[in-house]
Design a protein around this ligand. Structure first.
Ligand code: MD3
Ligand code: FE
Length: 239
């Protein structure tokens, strides 16, 4: 952590303070009871702390409904690795991967059926969060639903299969906390770490759209809404 603190200034120290307060043995401080400010991360990216907290139980119910029709599955990458994150989708298209490559598919390859429709609640939330981050007229057509349990991770990557390179990706975290890995436009750029908790939404669009990002291995735990898991919804404008 020390190597980048010197170059990134006060805001970066702030992130480190977050991490220190959340790692290792349980720790409380005077700050725990204060509302957490929305943090601008970089141009085009903002974290809306707790934006989805009130709706999180309803979102979990919708995920249960989606997974009855399109169960979570561990996709295989073109390189032959089975992903530790379990995935499913709702909306007009869904993100899938197999030995032949990644793509957006209008049908679930496991069943040949269309993906479950995007729930109204999902759409309203994503549109509201995008507007809160300054992106008006957001109209996502896909929602990838990721499920992490202890040890599951997502390696550093870019999302670049969506046609609209300006429209944001809206990421909703539910359940166990996670550490986002947040890099730059080149794979070799330094990677910052950002804790995201249940109810937090991160909006990445415009100039921040193609930053490398990932999720560090999830720490084991229990959460009242999701049990042993973290669920992440990522809304995308694919077409
Ligand atoms: C977009 N998911 O599904 S989303 C993914 O928490 C994915 O499940 C992660 O990355 C998850 O593709 C992280 C949030 C995210 C973070 C950084 C980004 C999306 C981003 C940076 C640029 C564009
Ligand atoms: Fe991604």
């Amino acid at each position: 952590m020390g190597s980048f603190m010197g170059t990134q200034g006060a805001f970066q120290e702030n992130l480190c303070a977050y991490e220190n307060g959340n790692s290792g043995t349980a720790m409380t401080s005077l700050f725990d009871s204060l509302p957490r400010a929305n943090e601008p991360l970089e141009e085009g990216a903002v974290i809306l702390r707790g934006f989805a907290t009130a709706e999180a139980p309803a979102l979990v119910e919708e995920v249960a409904r989606i997974t009855q029709a399109a169960p979570f599955r561990h996709l295989v990458t073109p390189g032959g690795y089975t992903m530790s994150v379990a995935m499913t989708n709702c909306g007009r298209v869904g993100w899938v991967s197999d030995r032949t490559g990644y793509r957006y598919s209008p049908v679930d390859p496991a069943t040949g059926a269309s993906w479950p429709a995007m729930p109204e609640k999902f759409l309203d939330l994503a549109v509201g969060a995008a507007a809160g981050a300054g992106f008006t007229n957001y109209n996502p057509d896909a929602c990838l639903v990721n499920r992490y349990v202890g040890g599951a991770k997502l390696s550093l990557h870019q999302d670049r299969d969506e046609k609209d390179a300006w429209a944001p990706i809206v990421s909703v975290s539910i359940g166990l906390p996670a550490v986002f890995l947040w890099g730059g436009r080149r794979r070799s750029d330094p990677v910052r770490r950002l804790i995201v908790e249940s109810g937090d939404i991160v909006v990445w669009g415009g100039p921040a759209r193609f930053v490398y990002h990932g999720v560090a291995p999830l720490k084991d735990g229990q959460h009242p809404l999701t049990g042993e898991a973290r669920i992440n919804l990522t809304f995308r404008k694919v077409f």
